[in-house]
Design a protein around this ligand. Structure first.
Ligand SMILES: NC(=O)c1ccc[n+]([C@@H]2O[C@H](COP(=O)([O-])OP(=O)(O)OC[C@H]3O[C@@H](n4cnc5c(N)ncnc54)[C@H](OP(=O)(O)O)[C@@H]3O)[C@@H](O)[C@H]2O)c1
Length: 312
């Protein structure tokens, strides 16, 4: 999608898409079996998340998908049920009360979680405020996976070996965490807010990886490529409107965009790999700042305060 392109000049759609443009299948014949695994995918009602859920279901996993709209989420679940089991959860993840309710429901209904895929996200050209009074990009793209993961952590640990896969973006490159204006109250740019949230995904993932025993739960992040989805469609940038139709043929399909999430969620050789960032099914170097432990620890404290979790 355009926000990712424009924020990371090196990410031309063609360059990003080359290795995955070999076919429409997000899985392959050498793929592992996920029989008996339960996988929770947020944003499973559309775009990359829906394709990720379908791909993981094709490998034998029992899927649980989260969407904010019941009809769209049920429609995605019906498609998944042609391949296997699919549970539906409905929650607006931009609201902390909804994330907490979702976590309670998940803990009630899913006795195990082998993989959590934090995929839901959004881009807004103009500043929006959530029910909690927070800037929406930061709330949905970072605070929601931060809170949900923390609330589900014990269940993931009980399900060991388990995996946390968080969908970041190459748009994180060049971003910084603006601790002095985290919510974009003084100045807001959609691209800046999005890039900051995707850097936050990496800082959170790497901090989890430093904290969690690798034999129990791994935490990795992915860049899906530049993908034909609805990201940013509700409040696009003028540039996005102008160039979107031209770029569309060079972008990955959602199935191709889901391939790296599926790989990181399922590959047996990654069972004990943690704290990595993947693109096109390969580890990729993320920005220097994404590895800054002081920034990660500060972001964790600030995020915990904002969602009402203990910061230790
Ligand atoms: N597309 C790209 O080129 C690209 C590139 C890099 C990274 N990414 C990342 O990939 C992830 C998936 O994005 P996408 O491109 O597939 O976008 P998308 O087509 O807009 O799908 C986003 C998904 O998240 C759900 N969602 C949005 N807001 C929500 C909310 N408040 N509560 C609960 N669910 C919500 C959507 O549900 P609805 O069905 O209700 O809309 C949908 O299922 C995002 O984290 C994005 O940052 C995308």
């Amino acid at each position: 999608m355009p926000p990712d392109n424009s924020s990371a000049a090196q990410d031309t759609p063609a360059a990003e898409n080359e290795p995955a443009a070999q076919g429409e299948s997000a899985t392959d014949s050498a793929a592992p079996s996920l029989d008996g695994h339960t996988i929770l995918v947020t944003g499973g009602s559309g775009g990359i998340g829906r394709a990720t859920a379908l791909g993981l279901s094709a490998l034998g996993a029992n899927l649980a998908i989260v969407g904010r709209d019941r009809e769209r989420t049920e429609a995605a679940a019906s498609e998944i049920r042609e391949l296997g089991q699919a549970d539906v959860f409905v929650a607006d993840l931009s609201s902390q009360a909804e994330v907490r309710r979702l976590a309670e429901e998940v803990l009630e209904r899913l006795p195990r979680i082998d993989v959590l895929v934090n995929n839901a996200g959004g881009f807004w050209n103009t500043r929006h405020v959530t029910a909690d009074g927070l800037e929406r990009t930061f709330a949905l793209n970072h605070l929601a996976p931060f809170l949900l993961t923390n609330l589900l952590l014990d269940r993931l640990l009980q399900s060991a070996p388990a995996r946390i896969v968080t969908v970041s973006s190459s748009a994180h490159a060049g971003a910084r965490i603006r601790f002095d204006d985290l919510q974009g109250e003084r100045s807001y740019s959609g691209a800046q807010a999005y890039s900051q949230s995707k850097l936050a995904n990496l800082l959170f993932t790497f901090e989890l990886a430093r904290t969690l025993p690798v034999s129990a739960v791994t935490a990795n992040a992915v860049h899906p490529g530049v993908v034909q989805t609805s990201l940013g469609a509700a409040d696009p940038r003028a540039m996005q409107r102008a160039f979107f139709p031209l770029m569309w043929p060079f972008m990955k399909s959602p199935t191709q965009g889901a391939a790296t999430s599926i790989y990181v969620a399922s590959a047996p050789e990654l069972q004990f790999v943690t704290g990595e960032y993947f693109a096109n099914n390969q580890p990729k170097e993320s920005s220097r700042l994404s590895h800054d432990e002081a920034v990660a620890a500060r972001l964790w404290r600030v995020s915990a305060d904002l969602v009402g979790l203990p910061s230790a």
